[in-house]
Design a protein around this ligand. Sequence first.
Ligand SMILES: Nc1ncnc2c1ncn2[C@@H]1O[C@H](COP(=O)(O)OP(=O)(O)O)[C@@H](O)[C@H]1O
Ligand SMILES: [Mg+2]
Length: 460
Amino acid sequence: MSSLRFRLPLLFLAGVVVAAAITAVLAARLFQEYARDDTLANLKRQAAGLAALYTEQARATAQEGRRPPKFAARRLERATATRLYYAGLEIFPGEESGLRALDVDELDRELLESGQIQTFEFEPPGSDRTFLAVAHPLEIGGQVFGALVVAKPRGELRERGVVLVQRLGLAFLGGLAVAASLVWYLSRRLTAPVVALTRATERVAEGRYDVELPPVGKRDEIGRLTERFGQMTARLAEAEELERNFLMSVSHELRTPLTAIRGHVQALREELAEDPTVREASLAVIAFESDRLARLVGDLLDLAKLDAHRFTLTEQEVELRRLLDQAYTARSEEARRRGIDYEWRFDASPVVHTDGDRVLQIVSNLLDNAFGWTPDGGRIALSLVSENGTVSVTVSDSGPGVPESERERIFRPFWSSNYSTGTGLGLAIARELAQALGGELALESVPGNGSRFELRLPAR
Ligand SMILES: Nc1ncnc2c1ncn2[C@@H]1O[C@H](COP(=O)(O)OP(=O)(O)O)[C@@H](O)[C@H]1O
Ligand SMILES: [Mg+2]
């Protein structure tokens, strides 16, 4: 019952019921007012007619002495479904005319004497019902001698009201049934994708990413939610895959130098190599592999700190040109050996307030990649430009470039297309560092036509 599928229609139906109830109460009230006005208008018309009839007869009998006229009151009552009363002022007591007698005090005497019609409610003696009544003055020769009262029990109005409310209720029940089926249908249509999505979410929460999502039909909120959820799941699956790959490559990476070191240490211990040159070579391998281990562990540590946003920048005035020179020169020997056309172009010599070591780390990373991916005899260029308050350092190469589909991915941690030479951490670290320095790292690459990485820093 806590499901949206039930709550939604119930809420809607509750709204319909409340609205209908308010409408019914208002309609009943309006109807009762209308019915009362209508009844009074009818009573007035009847009273006027009957009063005229009565006065006429009274005038005729008045000639023969002061006696009330013969008035077929009971038959008139039956014909009009009302009760007829006579309220006499002084002349004509009224009883003999067949009319019921009514105490004049029930009326407004002043109004009556001035010959005006009046409406009022009263309870006839010996009855527990209230009557709605109209009193029409009776007069002869300009003198009011009494009033003819036409009355109807007020309860009849209520009975008509009850009938109306019953019919309204019936119509309402019919309407409610139609609304309920419509709402049920609509809510099923609306909630079906939500329910499917919920099931998919539960599966993902259990760590299973091979979920089937409801087809995205409309571009409404649920459609967008479904689409985004699909993308999210794909990313999660990819991240998990990357992490698994990374763990495997890290253990492999750690084990390879360790195995080499162990082997050489054992050989040295057992003094198998008496020859000093062989011993020297062994020590060189140990030193080299230790460096590699240190680098790997350093990278991992860097990334962990960057991830946790816990690293410190030491800002100083940095002569960017000198720094790039240093990075350039460190690899010129390798370029010469491999026949790589290695050039530099520094169009400015800006002094930037930044963390020089970090900038060097980024540029070294880019150059390492360039040298790693560029074939012998290729071309690598390092350039520096300063304009509009931004300095940009560019590393371009004539390697294979990066395909469109991997352009964002290569900046993610653990993404590498060659885990035997790298850890996939280089660009991730470089980008995080660039952002920490207030700049950015971007890639422009035409597949088959090399890559161009650009580091932009604010020239503060
Ligand atoms: N200059 C480049 N040319 C072509 N591909 C590159 C270049 N630099 C980086 N890449 C791609 O980006 C991936 C990630 O690079 P990086 O984060 O430095 O990790 P790693 O060098 O350890 O593989 C590389 O594996 C490679 O596929
Ligand atoms: Mg790299």
